[in-house]
Write a protein that binds this ligand. Structure first.
Ligand code: UDX
Length: 441
């Protein structure tokens, strides 16, 4: 099939590359000429395991091309994916200007029947707006061309995006006509596994499904974080509680990890956008307000523990930080708990040496060359002369360190662990003062 993908951000690039991988003829369009030039040479602007290979292989095979030409992209694909960004507006709602601009561009240039698919995470009702924008542009041209719109929200996780796309748990497709449903079935046939993964529904339900999934997951995390706080107060252990409740198949083990808060490009933004949608309908989702507030406080949990141990004034103190990315296997620091922690440490007069396997460049981009943030080129090097180690991201490489070597580098053997990587009793045996989340040390 001939496919155009508008927007070469995370979702667009993964979608384009993976659809090319199964034999489609894919053209990815972005207005950012610099980015497109890099992509044409197989230079991937994001860190995502496996994506590099897949992009290069499909460019070489001639199945994946890149362009800045709106007209070329509007005429290429029988299916036109809109995968542009929907950054949060000041009021927390998703900013739809890029989605609507993409729709208009298609309406201005299309020359035959098209199916336009919303892949960006968009509020309920967007498909209608996309349809109206295209129709308006066609009318301006006096064109009677036909088109259909579908919603196909993306559920990929950063760090596992290629695998999530190639071997999906589910593919949600919102349509309001059988012709589009059949086209989407054919498009996704190569990704079906042992049982049917495609769930076809109406457009608004598909749009809401995406927000509902992310809000549900964020709710689980915030709930566990609040329970962790309680467990700590009561002398219970959140890890044992997690085992205990996760074994109930109605609850399950996933996304039950207490930590120093969720970040990333999806949960914070989607929780806010769903609340905003509810407000627009004259309703309030009370739970979501609490989920967000709990997460904001959770990002402060590490600094509170540090202040309780070292005092509020941290002038002259120096901390080693393991992990900057909002989660492992990505260099993404959007809404990362590490950012809140670094600022809190600075405000109290401390300095930081950080190490992250992927996000060092991103940290420099965000914080510039501020002398209060130093970077180390290994996890061990970061510990040199630090008053304590603070762990913010659960990279695998941090899970079984050489504790003896750690102790020889730190000024005192103290670890604040925002991701519960170690067993408190093991660290006690090592003579390390350990501050996990929701567990008595
Ligand atoms: C999420 C959804 O999982 C994905 O389906 C959707 O398409 C986009 O949003 P992503 O933002 O890439 O994906 O990361 P995810 O793995 O879901 O983690 C989000 C945040 O929650 C991270 O900061 C992570 O550390 C935190 N988290 C996750 C917890 O604190 N506890 C958990 O148990 C799981």
């Amino acid at each position: 099939m001939q496919i155009s993908v508008i927007g070469t951000g995370y979702v667009g690039l993964v979608t384009g590359a993976c659809l090319a991988e199964v034999g489609n003829d894919v053209l990815c369009m972005d207005l950012d000429a610099h980015k497109i030039n890099r992509l044409k040479q197989g230079d991937i602007p994001i860190y995502e395991p496996g994506l590099d290979d897949i992009v290069k292989r499909n460019i070489a095979a001639g199945r994946l091309r890149f362009t800045t030409d709106v007209v070329e992209s509007a005429s290429h694909g029988a299916i036109q994916f809109i995968a542009v960004g929907t950054p949060p507006d000041e009021d927390g709602s998703a900013d739809m200007q890029y989605v609507i601009a993409a729709a208009r561009a298609i309406g201005q240039s299309m020359q035959e029947y098209k199916v336009i698919v919303d892949k960006s995470t968009v509020p309920v009702g967007t498909a209608e707006k996309v349809r109206a924008a295209i129709q308006e542009e066609l009318s301006k041209r006096g064109s009677k061309l036909k088109f259909n719109v579908a919603s196909n929200p993306e559920f990929l996780k950063e760090g596992a995006a290629v695998d999530d796309f190639m071997r999906p748990d589910r593919i949600v497709v919102g349509v309001d006509d059988e012709r589009t449903a059949n086209l989407m079935r054919a498009l996704y046939a190569p990704f079906q596994r042992n049982h049917e993964r495609l769930i076809v529904m109406d457009i608004k339900s598909a749009e809401l499904t995406k927000y509902a999934a992310n809000a549900m997951l964020a709710t689980r995390i915030s709930f566990m974080n609040e329970l962790a706080m309680l467990a700590e107060k009561m002398g219970a252990d959140i890890e044992q509680v997690r085992h205990g409740i996760g074994s109930d198949p109605r609850i399950g083990y996933h996304f039950l990890y207490a930590g120093c808060g969720y970040g990333g490009s999806c949960f914070p933004k989607d929780v806010q956008a769903l609340q905003r949608t509810a407000n627009e309908c004259g309703r309030e989702l009370k739970i979501l307000g609490a989920v967000e507030a709990a997460n904001e406080s959770q990002k402060k949990v590490l600094i509170a523990k540090i202040a309780a141990r070292f005092g509020n004034d941290l002038t002259g103190r120096h901390f080693a930080l393991w992990g900057l990315a909002f989660k492992p296997n990505t260099d993404d620091m959007r809404d990362a708990p590490s950012r809140v922690l670094i600022k809190d440490l600075w405000e109290r007069g401390a300095t930081v040496t950080a190490y992250d396997p992927a996000a060092m460049h991103e940290a420099r981009r965000i914080f510039g060359n501020d002398p209060r943030l130093m970077v180390a080129d290994s996890s061990m090097a970061a510990l040199e002369d630090a008053d304590a180690l603070v762990i913010v991201t659960e990279w695998k490489a941090f899970r079984s360190p050489d504790f003896a070597a750690m102790k020889s580098k730190l000024k005192a053997p103290i670890i604040f662990d925002g991701r519960n990587l170690y067993e408190p009793r093991d660290l006690r045996a090592e003579g390390i003062e350990y501050f996990p989340i929701g567990r008595s040390a």
